[in-house]
Ligand binder design. Sequence first.
Ligand SMILES: [Zn+2]
Length: 430
Amino acid sequence: MKYYNLFFLFNIIPFLTFASKINSCIEDKTIALTFDDGPFKYTEELINILNENDIHATFFINVENYWKDLQNNKDKQKILKKAHDSGHQIASHTWKHYISSDINEFDSMMNKTDSWIENVIGDRPAYFRAPRGECYSECVEYLEEKKYKLIQWDTDTNDWDISSGASYRAKRAKSFLNESFEYKRSNYLILMHDVYEHTVREIVPWIINNKPKGYKFVTVAECLGDKSSMYRTNKVVSDELKKDENEIEKVKETKFENEVENDVEKELKNKNDVKKESQIENDVDKKLQNDNNNEKDSQNDNNNEKDSQNDNNNKNESQNENEAKNIPIIEKEENGYSLNNLSDNVNNDNTNNDPNIYNETNNDNNNYNTEVNTDPMNNFNSNTVINNNNNDDNQGNLVYESSTLSFYKNNKIIVFLLTMVLLKIFVNVY
Ligand SMILES: [Zn+2]
């Protein structure tokens, strides 16, 4: 058991130590061309070739390596600036292709390199490749602490090995790459050196012409989906942030506009509601007015009915008198029938909750005038009553004529005597 644990630890430690090393790309169908140890006399030619083919590559540079005067040579520095401004990624490969075992010295040289690069191209690198890919535990911990992306490779052209001649190396490199491209891996992170003529003039042109179809040449940061973090002082990041800020502002403006629109809509709705309410109030007022008018009309009708009723009362009185004197009354029974019905209606109306109606009913000796102000059925009855009353009116006239004639008939002697008296007075005068 004890030996098993030791075996496990020895196997896991290397993975933990080098966990932050990046050996391959992430994005599918991407080819990241990387060039170490420059810049040098072939670098500008390489940049032109890449630019002519609309290819972005990555340069892991040294400040003091093949060119010893790069640190102070503005013309040579312009090559790096040109590469940067063309869209190629500029990353650190140490000051002089060397990593000190003294971590403080290493830190000092890393900062010196990055500051120099930043001074030349305007951006401070966030990507790093160790010389020969050799970065052990302390180096990795330091790079992790300083948030560097430590880049390795997965496709090595071995272009640096010219022991058998540059032509041989170029031929071997092309053969190796041809075989590698036939596998059509998801992506390729290819290691080269722009300090060699055969690399710039033979290998790179061959790669451009023989890459697998559908693959795109990109920078390392792009092949890792990390373009915005290419530099620590990244204009791309700033642009992205600015873009995001603009989008946020747009969203805010849109939101504000929507809110204003909503407010306007709400206000309009409120206005409409108020309008509707006032319309409803007006309608209610109108309805009430109409009801009052109807009430007044009905009241007038009632008054008419009262008048009719009074007439009828007078008629009834006459009828009673006539009955007492055995004078025949036309359609007496029909009147009586109508009146009885009216009385029934009045009795029904006593259940009406309206106190005015109830009072009217009580105050009205004839009662049936309180037919009004009830439901449509009662109104219908009221109309019926009015019609009946109209009939009564007609009948009343007949009764009136009949009673006048009967007066003369029943008082012949009195009339005769009065006539004689008036005749005597007339004779005496003349
Ligand atoms: Zn190197």
